[in-house]
Design a protein around this ligand. Structure first.
Ligand code: FES
Length: 104
């Protein structure tokens, strides 16, 4: 796996999310129940930036038209055949990494 550093673990507080751009890819990082999830930062509807949306538990709500996505699976709650890309994460020695599923 190709792991890319995204932020220091201490920067992301419980119940919060932030945007990151590892290798130029728009990713949302969200910490829920002390697990960090990484998901595409562009809404599946019209690509609005999800980092200015709302995080409530495991659910991100898009700021543009209220589509809701589960950060664990990337699934759109109203039609689960639609989903955002989800990326594996890991935390080592206080640093968080994502695997973007691309060759680097
Ligand atoms: S762009 Fe996200 S709901 Fe429309």
């Amino acid at each position: 796996m190709n792991w890319t550093y995204v932020l220091d673990d201490a920067e992301l507080l419980e119940g919060h999310m932030t945007a990151a751009y590892p290798l130029g890819i728009n990713v949302i990082l969200a910490r829920v129940s002390d697990t960090i999830y990484a998901i595409s930062g562009k809404c599946a509807h019209m690509a609005c930036p999800l980092f200015i949306g709302k995080l409530d538990g495991y659910i991100i709500t898009c700021p543009c038209h209220d589509w809701r996505f589960d950060v664990r699976t990337g699934k759109f709650l109203d039609a689960t055949e639609l989903r955002l890309e989800v990326y594996p994460t890991k935390s080592e020695t206080g640093k968080v990494y994502v695997n973007l599923n691309i060759l680097v």
